[in-house]
Design a protein around this ligand. Structure first.
Ligand code: 4AD
Ligand code: MG
Length: 460
């Protein structure tokens, strides 16, 4: 209701309306009072004015603790000289559910650290109301972007028998009794006695299964939860996060990067256009360079640099870094941020990484040393997207799997895609939480996930 009031006030002014919602603040003097109420439909509140003569339970209402739920009837009147454009003159206030005076969200600023300890209540605060509305809208924008381009949304499995990244950072899924594991004669865990009869894990990426549908539907995307048991306690890593993974057939790395750039710009524009109040809030209270940064991004072409060139650029300033910069080593967060924040000052695609620091499925370049990979780095967050052109040549793929010690038996179906009409194709993964951090200016991944799962935290 409150959203409709703000969007079409003229339809409601001087009319009787009913609002149900939660009390955010309450002030009163002897004979009248003000309540700011939020009905959940909008980021903004509605101000209620109530007077002793007009509502029978005046005393009771003035004693209501913040957080209580109420149903208010009254007339909407314009208030041209006040902070808010209108207010509701109450004719009745019915108390639905009383709160108690120890309600943790009193009208003062709480730290994000504290609010994480009450993750079940924090969506009632302004900041988290804005964050989770943007999260919802951005998810919708992603579907809209891909659906309008004819991509098919594929649901890839959460429980899987293969390791998509070959990195081994997986959470095991098992019905075996941890205190009494069955063993084979050689002493290994006997997974034949497990529910699925083999070792299974939570997925780290839907890519490989996505590729199978790509070879049938041409352009597909997945958008779902992924899980990584990375032991990195940083502001950008979560053990459970959502990834958006498009996969495009008859396309190369260049097409892949164009798609990524278009998608990111689309999501940002969509949020700016459809949630102006929330975005203005972030720009005022969370990061006051946000609008400048986002406008700059939607209006500029992203930069491109090869890994080899990037290493040369970083070496020039090597004294500024804690970690050494050398060809063949993975770029550290400090290097990534330096590239995007200091050197290019905008999002930058780093391409053609050394094969040894990338996954087995990436297409080998002609130099036999680098692969057709791309990472998109953005100011403030660092890596937000990782992608590549995929190796479509079976002999190259098998060679890489052997070199990297993967069990080819687990990937027989993946190799079949190369055998039966394989074609050039590419894709990427956008870390959804990192995208939300980027769009809102929030600096900790724990504050863009409803109930964050990170090392040592799985409360709620
Ligand atoms: O670079 P990554 O590991 O790439 C893949 O998983 C590919 N299979 C994607 C593909 O080509 N289809 O992960 C992709 C993105 C990263 O750029 C990052 O934004 C995010 O996923 N990400 C994480 N986000 C939060 N917490 C973590 N622990 C993350 N690990 C990766
Ligand atoms: Mg990556």
């Amino acid at each position: 209701m409150i959203k409709s009031l703000y969007r079409q006030a003229q339809d409601y002014v001087n009319k009787d309306i009913t609002i149900s919602g939660w009390v955010k603040t309450l002030r009163d003097s002897k004979t009248f009072g003000f309540i700011e109420v939020n009905d959940g439909s909008f980021f903004k509140n509605l101000q209620i004015v109530f007077e002793e003569g007009n509502i029978p339970n005046f005393k009771e209402v003035t004693k209501m603790p913040v957080g209580s739920s109420i149903i208010v009837c009254g007339k909407l009147v314009e208030t041209p000289n006040a902070k808010q454009p209108f207010e509701l003159k109450a004719s009745s206030i019915q108390i639905e559910g009383l709160s108690t005076p120890d309600y943790p969200l009193q009208k003062k600023r709480h730290t994000f650290e504290y609010l994480r300890t009450i993750a079940h209540l924090r969506p009632r605060t302004n900041t988290f109301s804005a964050v989770f509305r943007i999260r919802s809208l951005a998810a919708y924008a992603i579907h809209k972007f891909f659906q309008e381009r004819g991509f098919v949304y594929v649901h890839t499995p959460i429980i899987t028998g293969s390791d998509a990244e070959g990195a081994g950072q997986m959470f095991r899924v098992s019905t075996l009794d941890l205190n009494n594991l069955p063993r084979t004669e050689e002493g290994a865990v006997d997974f034949s006695q497990d529910f699925f009869g083999k070792e299974t894990n939570l997925t780290v990426s839907g890519q490989l299964e996505g590729e199978t549908y790509c070879m049938a539907f041409r352009n597909v995307y997945t958008f779902g939860p992924t899980f990584r048991a990375e032991n990195s306690n940083t502001a950008r890593h979560a053990a459970e996060f959502w990834m958006v993974e498009p996969e495009i057939a008859f396309s190369d790395l260049q097409d892949d990067m164009e798609l990524a750039e278009d998608m990111l710009k689309f999501i940002i524009n969509y949020c700016m256009e459809n949630a102006p109040e929330e975005m203005a809030f972030f720009n005022s209270f969370v990061d006051n360079t946000l609008f400048e940064r986002l406008n700059n991004i939607v209006n500029s072409k992203f930069a491109h640099v090869t890994y080899t060139e990037a290493v040369e650029l970083l070496k020039k300033d090597k004294d500024k870094f804690e970690y050494p910069v050398e060809w063949g080593a993975d770029l550290q967060t400090e290097h990534e941020r330096y590239l995007t924040e200091q050197i290019f000052k905008k999002p930058v695609f780093v391409t053609d990484y050394p094969k040894d620091i990338k996954a087995f499925y990436m297409r080998m370049n002609d130099d036999n040393k680098t692969v057709a990979a791309m990472d998109l780095l953005v100011p403030g967050v660092g890596e937000i997207i990782g992608g590549s052109q995929r190796e479509e040549r079976l002999d190259y793929l098998e060679k890489r799997m052997d070199e990297m010690g993967l069990h080819k038996d687990d990937y027989w179906w993946y190799m079949d895609l190369r055998k039966y009409g394989g074609t050039k194709h590419a894709g990427f993964g956008l870390g959804f939480e990192r995208a939300i951090m980027y769009i809102t200016g929030m600096s900790n991944i724990r504050d863009v996930v409803s109930f964050p799962r990170t090392v040592n935290t799985a409360e709620f």
